[in-house]
Design a protein. Structure first.
Length: 547
């Protein structure tokens, strides 16, 4: 009895306080005060309880306000203008011996002249990608395969699978690519999928499918996906396109795999998709897909495995003598997989596959319009019309390779990767991020600014990928690096560069890489976005032509 009185007393006190406060007030006053209090409470909740900390948001707000100061704003604008001119100067320098065609020729250009102009354009660039001095980008270059795909593309260059009644053979070839891929990832006969233009579109399609699946099957109207911070940026693009929220989960600083405890904690009633990478792009490590699969089964949430980068290595690695943890349809929670045929599938650029455990999920990828005056319209992916030639050359490349050649190619790539990794681990001044599983080796340093090594190697003709948060660089090993002498030359160039760098390890990084380093420290990433937009502008910049 006494305890009940004590427990109830705070509520009685609050009730009497409110009654006393509103006593004598007119109805409009009561309504106004109540509404204002509710709105203010909602604002406070939204301000204090967000994924991003109050400290980080305060920094960003302060920086945005700081940017509005006229002197600061002018300085930033001048710096952006300088950067823009620098990008444009790079274009002018690289094309100084060529002219730009800015008007349609009146009577057309002869075939041989077009080929000559094409050859001129293809000679631009300073990197020997055919000789294996580039990270990733070009995964295989072989004259016999080029001759094959050139002939195949020539025969199919004007075909379009949007018209299956005209080109049923293209649909057959696409179906065969999907079926072969499904078998490689241990899918049963129910596994289906689509060919896309690349890994980004495959990821977009998976996100769209599971957004719609969550909405139609589970009634989720505020869809969220849970992903590692190392997941490909295409998931952020998908979230922007499809109005989804991405919950980024940090990685373990030793394994460079996603932190599973925090991953599990982020799952809620709005989660439509769980994602793991096999491998991820920055470090080449594989998330614990088995554990993520278990979470998917436990909470009845689909799991997508992003194998765009190394999928056509991982599916052959066991046969090549390099077994890895299971990360495919053998895990019951894995509902979809994306893998790029134009990487280690060795097809020309412009093809990837996205696979689903069954049609129930795949159907949500489709876009169907039933009431258009032009007829019923349906398409399986982003594009309506699609280049049939891309389907055909992917199909031809896979058939030309066959399993034995893929296994041998995988053996060569993984052997070379491990050879380079072993050599790098013996060199003082640098370290390897985590334990690379497939073909990516990421480097960092505790002794000097790692971007200095990137610059030094660039001067020796190497083009490596740049990482951030933390600063790093990586090399993605391809068939080009398996050529005799390439791996040894890379290791030797790293040693020579480091010998010079370590003579003065505290020296700051210079040039454009300095901008990259400074950008990581900016609390307002919108400035980094401005840098990126200027660079994208420069890709299509045409210098003024001399008259």
């Amino acid at each position: 009895m006494g305890l009940g009185v004590v427990a109830a007393s705070p509520f009685v006190f609050v009730k009497e306080l409110l009654n006393g406060h509103f006593q004598g007030k007119e109805p409009w006053q009561i309504v106004s005060v109540t509404t204002s209090t509710v709105l203010f409470s909602v604002w406070c909740y939204g301000f204090f309880f967000q994924d991003e900390s109050l400290v980080e948001r305060s920094k960003k707000t302060a920086f945005r306000l700081f940017r509005k100061i006229p002197a600061v704003k002018k300085q930033i604008e001048d710096e952006l203008e300088s950067i823009s001119k620098g990008f444009e100067e790079d274009v002018r320098e690289s094309t100084k011996n060529l002219t730009f065609i800015t008007e349609l020729p009146k009577s057309g250009i002869k075939r041989e002249d077009i080929i000559n102009k094409l050859d001129d354009n293809l000679t631009l660039g300073n990197y020997d990608w055919k000789g294996g001095k580039v990270s990733g980008a070009v995964y295989f270059y072989n004259e016999d395969l080029i001759n094959l795909v050139s002939e195949v593309y020539g025969k199919t260059s004007y075909t379009n699978p949007l018209h299956p009644d005209l080109f049923p053979g293209l649909c057959k070839m696409e179906a065969e690519v999907i079926r072969m891929s499904a078998n490689l990832f241990h899918g049963d006969e129910d596994v289906v999928g689509s060919m896309t233009s690349g890994g980004t579109e495959s990821i977009l399609m998976a996100c769209k499918a599971f957004r719609d699946y969550g909405r139609e099957i589970k009634g989720i109207i505020k869809p969220e996906i849970v992903v590692p911070t190392t997941v490909h940026a295409a998931f952020d693009k998908a979230a922007q396109y499809f109005k989804m929220k991405v919950r980024y989960i940090p990685i373990d600083n030793k394994t460079y795999q996603v932190d599973l405890k925090k991953f599990k904690k982020a799952i809620n009633s709005n989660t439509v998709l769980l994602v793991g990478s096999a491998p991820n792009f920055p470090y080449g490590t594989i998330d614990d897909i088995s554990a993520i699969s278990e979470l998917g089964v436990k909470y009845n949430i689909p799991v997508h495995v992003d194998s765009c980068l190394g999928g056509f290595l991982s599916c052959f690695m066991e046969d090549a003598g390099y077994p890895i943890p299971i990360c495919d349809f053998r895990l019951p929670g894995v509902i979809s997989i994306s893998a790029d045929t134009h990487k280690y599938g060795y097809a020309p650029k412009g093809s990837s596959v996205v696979l689903y455990r069954n049609k129930n999920y795949h159907h949500h990828q489709y876009t169907v319009t039933t009431d258009w005056p032009g007829g019923v319209y349906g398409s399986p992916s982003v594009n309506g019309s699609r280049p049939g030639g891309n389907i055909a050359v992917c199909w031809a490349a896979m058939l030309n390779f066959g399993k034995d050649k893929y296994v041998q190619a995988t053996r060569d790539v993984i052997h070379t990767t491990k050879y380079i990794e072993k050599g790098l681990r013996r060199i003082k001044g640098i370290f390897i991020f985590g334990q690379p599983v497939t073909s990516v080796i990421a480097l960092g340093s505790n002794d000097f600014e790692i971007y200095r090594l990137s610059t030094a190697l660039k001067e020796k003709g190497w083009n490596l990928s740049v990482l951030q948060f933390p600063s790093g660089i990586h090399i993605c090993v391809t068939r080009q690096h398996t050529k005799p002498g390439v791996a040894d030359q890379f290791l030797e160039d790293v040693r020579i560069a480091l010998d010079e760098i370590l003579k003065n390890p505290s020296e700051p990084v210079e040039g454009k890489m300095a901008i990259y380093g400074v950008a990581q420290a900016l609390p307002d990433r919108s400035i980094v976005g401005d840098f990126t937009r200027l660079f994208l502008d420069s890709m299509l910049y045409i210098p003024k032509q001399k008259k």
